[in-house]
Write a protein that binds this ligand. Structure first.
Ligand code: ZN
Length: 184
């Protein structure tokens, strides 16, 4: 094989199972129960099956973060499904995914309001040009990634649909809007 081509293959963690220490942490974090919310069966450490949130065959890595503590039955049941798909099949809501969807359905204005409410300052990227740099306003994506760990589904759902009246009032001074927001 040509030298150098193996570089990218090596990027992937080749382990397919966790080490004993990680297994113990996983088991403890799962409070000794199967992490399928539709099951939740109490299991012994020896019984624990380590499932992948993202399947190994789909590039999921063998890390604690990508692992779930499962009973034998649920591990079999999950098969090659990702954790999200598996939960959907079980009729369990994937709350993280739902929250992200809800956040994505909000407007930039609404996301901004939510961030303000939680005292979260989202900074835009700084674009570097040949002659200086420019601060870009934060994008929806940046707001969402900051908000998803903070807000609740209920809170997002209770956002007023569209703040039209507010928008109209602010329209005239929209030029300085981001500058004000970023504190320039
Ligand atoms: Zn189970």
């Amino acid at each position: 094989m040509a030298m150098g081509f193996g570089l990218f293959d090596d990027d992937r963690d080749e382990r397919r199972t966790l080490g004993i220490r990680e297994k113990q942490i996983l088991y403890r974090n799962a409070k000794k129960r199967c992490q399928n919310p539709a099951c939740g069966r109490r299991i012994d450490f020896d019984e624990m099956q380590v499932g992948h949130r993202t399947a190994w065959s789909k590039g999921g890595r063998t890390t604690l973060k990508n692992s779930v503590c499962l009973c034998y039955r649920c591990n079999k049941l999950q098969g090659k499904d990702s954790w999200a798909v598996f939960l959907r099949k079980q009729g369990v809501k994937d709350e993280k995914a739902e929250l992200k969807n809800s956040l994505e359905s909000l407007s930039l204005q609404q996301l901004k309001a939510l961030a303000k409410k939680h005292n979260i300052k989202v900074k835009g990227r700084t674009e570097e040009y040949l002659f200086g740099s420019e601060r870009k306003p934060p994008t929806k994506k940046q707001y969402i990634s900051r908000l998803k760990g903070v807000v609740t589904e209920k809170e997002v759902k209770s956002m007023p649909k569209k703040a039209k009246s507010v928008k109209k009032k602010r329209k005239k001074r929209s030029s300085g809007f981001w500058d004000d927001f970023l504190g320039f």
